[in-house]
Design a protein around this ligand. Structure first.
Ligand code: ZN
Length: 379
């Protein structure tokens, strides 16, 4: 995870904090101090912010732990200034499961808000329920924040939780692809509205709109790709690796290969062509910086890599192909057969579309000829 610090591991899921969140907290503190706020006010404000992000983290755990009940693992959870993201290994395919996973996040915030309501009720007189009085206490402010987090996430803008619920419901009738297109269209409309509101309200809203637009587009692409490759198997599409290193090759030989073949991660095999590891470009550069050209690549290769068997379905491997950098290795009996990466898939889908368009237009011109011919006979 780039530009993010690991906070720790909770319930088997790594939690990261993006650098920009630290920066935002720091900037808010400094600007409050420059504006003449007292130290207790600044600390109070910052601790409220931290508590809100704690609640956002619990929201993400709501998604992650519910997904786990359906057998879907979560890679990690990342907190950033515009919220949190639980990176699930894949999205649930069954609409019912997707609805439950999507609603689990906001449900956590509603739960926290109810708990805080109890605290406010027990520690204050009945007058505490007026909104302006609610903002006086820490618990009251955290309560309002949780209601806002739940409400914002339930907006029907894909890929917000509300948008996911909408997509799942639409997909029952229209199929996943058309449902995602509709949900993304609605999401984009809302992004434009949010950005316009941001112009007069807060630049933060523009940032959130841009983020939602990009995330929605990326997921639409993944869904479209999934439907294009549905039913096909890896052996129909993989290509031989552009370059292969043997374990006893030197770093110098690896560097020469990368000069010729680009920055792609290079597979490392033994004499029987069994895949032993992978040498990513940044690892190669660090190793050369420290140790020069002499040592063998086997000392620096990474032994954890993404692999799949040639018989596996491409669409079920798609999360592995889309995740992270570098290709997915196609391996049979430990032997390396080839690779399949995101750009290869993209080119394949492009080609398939071109062919379909060609066939459709030929079909149309053929039937136009037939119609023209029969009219000719009739006249
Ligand atoms: Zn959520």
């Amino acid at each position: 995870m780039r530009h993010a610090w690991k906070l720790g591991r909770l319930a088997g899921i790594d939690v990261f904090i993006h650098a920009t969140l630290w920066l935002t907290l720091g900037l808010l503190g400094v600007s409050a101090w420059l504006a003449g706020a007292s130290l207790p006010t600044i600390l109070g404000g910052l601790s409220l912010m931290i508590a809100v992000f704690g609640c956002v983290l619990l929201h993400e755990f709501g998604h992650a732990l519910t997904a786990r009940r359906f057998g879907i693992a979560t890679k990690d959870i990342v907190l950033s200034p515009i919220g949190g993201v639980a990176r699930l290994e894949r999205m649930p395919r069954k609409p019912g499961q997707e609805v439950v996973v999507a609603l689990a996040g906001p449900a956590v915030n509603v739960g926290i808000a109810l708990l805080l309501a109890g605290v406010v009720f027990l520690t204050n007189s009945s007058a505490a329920w007026q909104l302006e009085r609610l903002a006086e206490s820490f618990a009251g402010r955290l309560l309002v924040a949780n209601v806002l987090v739940a409400a914002l996430n339930l907006l029907p803008a894909f890929p917000l939780d509300g948008g996911r619920v909408l997509r799942a419901l639409l997909s029952i009738r229209f199929g996943r692809r058309r449902a995602t297109r509709a949900a993304v269209f609605l999401g984009r409309t809302l992004c434009v509205g949010l950005a316009l509101l941001g112009l007069v309200q807060s630049p933060m809203l523009i940032l959130i709109a841009v983020f939602l637009w990009i995330a929605g587009t990326a997921e639409l692409r993944a869904v479209e790709m999934t439907s294009e490759v549905a039913g096909r198997r890896l052996h129909e599409l993989f290509v031989p690796p552009r370059t292969v290193l043997f374990a006893n090759h030197s770093l110098g030989a690896a560097a020469l290969s990368s000069l010729r073949n680009g920055r792609e991660a290079m597979p490392v095999v033994d004499s029987g062509y069994r895949l032993l590891g992978v040498l990513p470009h940044p690892v190669l550069m660090r190793a050369v910086t420290q140790f020069g050209f002499e040592p063998p690549v086997s000392e620096f290769m990474e032994t954890e890599f993404r692999q799949a068997a040639p018989e596996e379905l491409i669409d079920s491997c798609l999360p592995k192909i889309l995740a992270g950098e570098g290709p997915l290795f196609v391996v049979e009996d430990q032997r390396l057969l080839g690779t399949i990466g995101f750009s290869l898939l993209g080119r394949f889908v492009e080609l398939e579309r071109a062919l379909t368009t060609h066939q459709e237009s030929r079909g149309q011109s053929d039937s136009a000829k037939r119609e023209g011919g029969s009219r000719g006979v009739r006249s």
